[in-house]
Design a protein around this ligand. Sequence first.
Ligand code: 5GP
Length: 123
Amino acid sequence: MSQSDYDPDNIFARILDGRLPSQPVDQDEQTFSFADINPQAPQHHLVIPRGAYTDLTDFADRASDSELAAWVRALARVAKTSGVAKEGYRVIVNIGGHGGQEVPHLHGHVLGGAPLGPMLTRR
Ligand code: 5GP
């Protein structure tokens, strides 16, 4: 992946620059976090880097150590501010086709607020 593979008009790029509205829960210089529009748990937020990264592989390849650390810290901070850290929560990062990624801007799902069941639906 390279920055030229990044779609600057993807939904989360549009949320980041204000072209689309969102419900922010947390932000800093390098990350932005907001409520998922179609929550899969009582608390469901998305944590994204402000930089143009398509997925986790791209982020690990190209992001600075500072960006990497900021995103990990934002995931844990959103768990705390959304009230799920104490009882437990799940972070999911879908990557690519087999991973079920729908939006091509790296995002971590932070889910909690109730027991979440098995990690994957049994086949
Ligand atoms: P993925 O399947 O790519 O890991 O997850 C994409 C997530 O983005 C889904 O959980 C979906 O509900 C959420 N989503 C899609 N469009 C929007 C939107 O316009 N606003 C917000 N807040 N979430 C969105």
